[in-house]
Design a protein around this ligand. Structure first.
Ligand code: NAD
Length: 447
């Protein structure tokens, strides 16, 4: 099939590369010429394991990239995978997405004017991949129709929410737990089924597929993320109680995970969730519910617990050492391992808290330092080239991201120094990743 993917960020690039790999002819569109140049070169504009290999294989062949919308009229399916950031009040800023929808409509209309015979015959399927304002796609459909003008009644909008996780996006897309098709017609559903057929076959042929209306599909995405975020917050809440009692929360979690109704996954307590999805999606569903007259108390509590976790890490540090004027390492800047994404990373409130304590902060991350540079003022924090360099001379280290390489740290801690009045250098682990105990004052966040 001929596919156009509008927006080539974390989701769009993964979608475009995986669909090309599945045998489709894909055009990736982005307004950012640097993104298009990277894709043309067969390089991912973002860090995501496996993506560079797919791009190197298919770029210039089954995967084309461009800043133009020219491929839209000929596409069997056009995806919109544009960022949908939060407004101040937690609601979703649909500006980028509606602009892209309008341009998509205009591209369809332009073609309609150019070839009347095909215009009369063609029916266009535009699929929203982005996570949009719950519950619906009214604004996006309006923008698409506005752009399409006379061709508006030949354009159909569907939703197909994405559940991939950054850090394992390619594998998640190629082996989905489920597919959700939100459509208004059997024609659109069948087209999505054909499109995903090679993905389903590659995943072993047995992927549960939910065929529903566009609004329910959007709600499924929000319910999914609200549930996962709340599960982590509940585990963190219980973990905080364990810490107060001197109990290891991981021992408790392993035991409760044996109950089928609870499940063994997503029970690792720690410094909390971040990234571009959980915080934004939980805020958005809360804002939409509030607008509809319902205040979701539990989701509010999930956010409160999450917001408190970085401060609890800093409290554990305060109990052990005064870091004013001292060098403090922050290990991990990405919101999770495997990605360079720092949006809503827990490292941000941790660094803010350390700067408020007048510490000299040195951050280290294997791939996310460049993105973090854009977040803090130049010179506000130092960036080290390795965990060892960050630890050298530091009186404390706060571990924020569970990169595998941190588990291997050992002798590197010998280069740390105790803060004045402290017995030993302090390591506060927010992800239960550090193995070393000798010669350091080690504090686990919930154990
Ligand atoms: P992103 O910010 O990484 O990428 C968006 C891309 O769209 C950027 O490259 C930008 O240059 C481009 N763009 C903006 N306006 C454009 C326009 N008019 N025409 C063409 N390109 C344009 O965003 P993302 O993380 O990929 O997220 C996209 C959507 O998918 C969001 O709604 C998000 O909530 C949702 N989502 C994200 C994830 C995730 O893990 N990142 C997972 C599931 C769903």
């Amino acid at each position: 099939m001929r596919v156009t993917v509008v927006g080539s960020g974390y989701v769009g690039t993964t979608l475009a590369a995986c669909l090309a790999d599945a045998g489709h002819d894909v055009t990736a569109v982005d307004i950012d010429p640097d993104v298009v140049a990277a894709l043309d070169d067969g390089r991912a504009p973002i860090h995501e394991p496996g993506l560079d290999d797919l791009l190197a294989e298919h770029a210039g062949d089954r995967l084309q990239s461009t800043t133009e919308y020219d491929s839209v009229p000929d596409a069997d399916v056009t995806f919109l995978a544009i960022g949908t950031p939060s407004n101040e009040d937690g609601s979703i800023d649909l500006g980028g997405l509606t602009a892209a929808a309008e341009m998509t409509g205009e591209a369809i209309a332009t073609d309609a004017n150019g070839d009347a015979a095909r215009a009369a015959a063609d029916r266009h399927l535009v699929v929203v991949k982005s996570t949009v304002t719950p519950p619906g796609v009214t604004e996006i459909l309006a923008a698409l129709r506005e752009g399409a003008g006379d061709a508006a009644d030949r354009v159909e909008l569907a939703t197909n929410p994405e559940f991939l996780r950054e850090g394992s996006a390619v594998d998640d897309f190629q082996h989905p737990d489920k597919l959700v098709f939100g459509t208004d017609s059997a024609w659109a559903t069948e087209r999505l089924e054909s499109l995903y057929e090679p993905i389903v076959a590659g995943a072993g042929g047995d992927v549960p597929t939910i065929r529903t209306d566009p609004e329910t599909a959007v709600m499924i995405k929000y319910a999914n993320n609200a549930f996962l975020a709340s599960k982590i917050s509940l585990v963190n809440d219980l973990g905080n109680i364990c810490k107060e009692f001197g109990i290891d929360a991981y021992e408790v979690a392993d035991a409760i995970g044996l109950d089928d109704r609870i499940g063994a996954r997503f029970l690792r307590s720690g410094v909390g969730w971040g990234g571009s999805c959980f915080p934004k999606d939980v805020d958005a569903i809360r804002a939409a519910a509030r607008e509809a007259g319902y205040e979701p108390a539990l989701l509010g509590a999930a956010v409160t617990v999450n917001d408190g976790q970085p401060e609890r890490m800093l409290d554990l540090l305060d109990d052990r050492a005064d870091v004013a004027g001292e060098r403090v390492a922050v290990l991990g800047l990405a919101f999770k391992p495997g990605t360079d994404d720092v949006r809503n990373s827990r490292a941000i409130p941790i660094v803010d808290g350390l700067l408020a304590r007048d510490a000299a902060v040195v951050g280290y991350d294997p791939v996310a330092a460049e993105n973090m540079r854009a977040h803090f003022e130049a010179g506000a924090i130092e960036y080290a080239d390795s965990a060892a360099a960050a630890l050298d001379g530091a009186v404390a280290a706060l571990v924020v991201t569970d990169w595998d390489e941190f588990a291997a740290l050992d002798g590197e801690f010998d280069a740390m120094a105790a803060a004045p009045g402290a017995d030993a250098p302090v390591v506060v682990d927010g992800r239960r990743v550090i193995e070393r105990r000798e010669g350091i004052a080690y504090e686990g966040l919930t154990w």
